[in-house]
Ligand binder design. Structure first.
Ligand SMILES: *[C@@H]1O[C@H](CO)[C@@H](O)[C@H](O)[C@H]1NC(C)=O
Ligand SMILES: *[C@@H]1O[C@H](CO)[C@@H](O)[C@H](O)[C@H]1NC(C)=O
Ligand SMILES: *[C@@H]1O[C@H](CO)[C@@H](O)[C@H](O)[C@H]1NC(C)=O
Ligand SMILES: *[C@@H]1O[C@H](CO)[C@@H](O)[C@H](O)[C@H]1NC(C)=O
Ligand SMILES: *[C@@H]1O[C@H](CO)[C@@H](O)[C@H](O)[C@H]1NC(C)=O
Length: 452
């Protein structure tokens, strides 16, 4: 994942113009067939961006400008699409992609992605595998790869030993490899993904070790201030300054990733403590809604969301849906927002040849803003398909319905092996130096984006 930046915000796709105006995706939020139809159209629109299954292309990769992590995030959307709608037409490309990107330690660490492989990037693939296990997607045949659950466990088992107490009293660094730009950054999404995965593994397996790590990650984020007392989540902090100052920009996916983790913790413990925390996180997401319609507050209105950021609403939607499934009392707080946002999203999915292509902005009463891509399409899909929550029983556990095979020690061999990847060229180093400067400037300028 790349550092939050307003540079490069205008991609080629943003320059395309919305052609058709009168069509849109029709959506009746009270009719499940209508929701399924709408989701199917949005899913087809997302699928069109994927080329990895073509001969000569690589399964699990999206073409430029998309980074590797977003492809994992996209396949998580397809896993959930199948779960919510029963439409399995994308399952084959989903399994093919997940299998192809397993990489080292059976933990979603393909060597040729090492330059873009941060803890968050890895975790988005790990969370896709976790969703496959929770949704009872058939495991890969045993001679073709580990189970979905084992892949999620391996992701967790490779990340837990990276917990870094050299500075800041703990936490995960953003990057795994020191040659990558951003190695000194401790970002909220990396720690949030780890919290999310640990919480869901705890709910799924009941293994206390995962719960202990979830609590540890939560407490650390709170202590450093990545999470504020009133449950706002800031982007990250620099460990060369012992995490003493914060980049306070707020992204919807940071709130979402913690929301789902807290919901899983509540489900597994049913404690007042997690209920209070989950309620607080939900309240904190007020900042991402305008008249109950979701928007990416830090960049959307200014038109500066980069390619990564244009997908973030997909994850807040996904994790709101997950929260309502595992902590049903949150429906009172979340459902109206999901419905209103879905309606608004569908209304502006009116561009392109078929008049069903979605833009980024849902808040402009059906006017498509002409920003097209995987992220825009995925966000619209997620906010619609999560309305189908009454159609599904919710994530299974090992004791209640689970079929994915557990392997608690998956990925643990990573601890004893030094990492050796392709050597960096001078060009890469120069690039990294430049980017480090950019990162620093942006941390200093952090207050400029501050959202409270
Ligand atoms: C990268 O590595 C994977 C295996 O981990 C391989 O399947 C793929 O073809 C390689 N190449 C690219 C460009 O991803
Ligand atoms: C660095 O931060 C940690 C966590 O806040 C704190 O416990 C530690 O004392 C700090 N170290 C220094 C040298 O300031
Ligand atoms: C916990 O989550 C499951 C779905 O994963 C759901 O069926 C169950 O009702 C939830 N438990 C409580 C107490 O709400
Ligand atoms: C338009 O819809 C048709 C039929 O559903 C489909 O085959 C085609 O790919 C779509 N084209 C675009 C540009 O959406
Ligand atoms: C619980 O999870 C930890 C961490 O992955 C693992 O080392 C341990 O063996 C697991 N315990 C059981 C009983 O599965």
């Amino acid at each position: 994942m790349k550092f939050s930046s307003s540079f490069g915000a205008l991609s080629a796709s943003a320059l395309l113009l919305a052609t058709s105006v009168n069509a849109a995706i029709e959506l009746d939020i009270n009719d499940r067939e209508s929701i399924k139809k709408a989701a199917a159209i949005a899913a087809a629109g997302m699928r069109k961006w994927y080329t990895g299954d073509r001969p000569g292309d690589v399964p699990g990769n999206l073409p430029d400008p998309y980074y590797w992590w977003e492809c994992g995030a996209m396949f998580n959307a397809f896993v959930d699409y199948w779960y919510y709608t029963g439409d399995d037409q994308y399952n084959a490309i989903t399994m093919q992609a997940l299998q192809h990107q397993i990489g080292d330690y059976n933990a979603f660490m393909p060597q040729n992605q090492s330059k873009t492989l941060g803890n968050d990037d890895q975790a988005f693939w790990g969370m896709a595998a976790m969703s496959a296990a929770e949704n009872k997607m058939e495991d890969l045949p045993t001679d073709q790869g580990p189970s979905w659950l084992a892949l999620a466990q391996a992701t967790f088992n490779t990340q837990a030993p990276r917990w870094n107490t050299e500075n800041c009293g703990g936490g995960l660094k953003w990057q795994i490899f020191s040659f990558n730009n951003g190695f000194n950054y401790r970002n909220t999404i990396s720690n949030g993904c780890f919290f999310n995965l640990a919480s869901r593994l705890y709910k799924y397996t009941g293994n206390q070790t995962y719960a202990d790590w979830a609590v540890k990650a939560w407490n650390w984020e709170r202590a450093i201030g990545l999470m504020s007392e009133d449950f706002h989540f800031f982007d990250g902090t620099d460990d060369r300054q012992n995490c003493s100052s914060l980049n306070r920009i707020q992204w919807s996916y940071n709130a979402g990733v913690h929301m789902a983790g807290a919901a899983a913790m509540w489900n597994a413990t049913q404690s007042e403590e997690w209920k209070t925390k989950l309620t607080g996180i939900i309240k904190g997401t007020d900042v991402f809604f305008k008249d109950n319609v979701m928007f990416e507050v830090a960049c959307e209105q200014k038109g500066t969301c980069n390619v990564d950021q244009r997908s973030f609403k997909a994850y807040l939607s996904r994790w709101m849906g997950y929260s309502m499934l595992v902590a049903p009392w949150t429906r009172d707080l979340l459902l109206t927002r999901m419905q209103t946002s879905a309606q608004a999203a569908a209304k502006q999915c009116n561009a392109g040849d078929n008049g069903t292509t979605c833009g980024l902005r849902w808040t402009n009463n059906g006017v498509n803003d002409g920003s097209f891509g995987v992220g825009e399409q995925m966000a619209a899909l997620e906010v619609m398909q999560n309305l189908l929550l009454d159609e599904v029983p919710g994530p299974v556990t090992e004791q209640a319905g689970g079929i994915s095979k557990s392997d608690p020690s998956a990925g643990s061999e990573a601890q004893s092996e030094p990492v050796e990847f392709d050597t960096i060229t001078t060009g890469d180093k120069a690039g990294a130096g430049f980017l480090t400067t950019v990162v620093l400037i942006m941390i200093l300028a952090g207050a400029w984006w501050m959202v409270s």
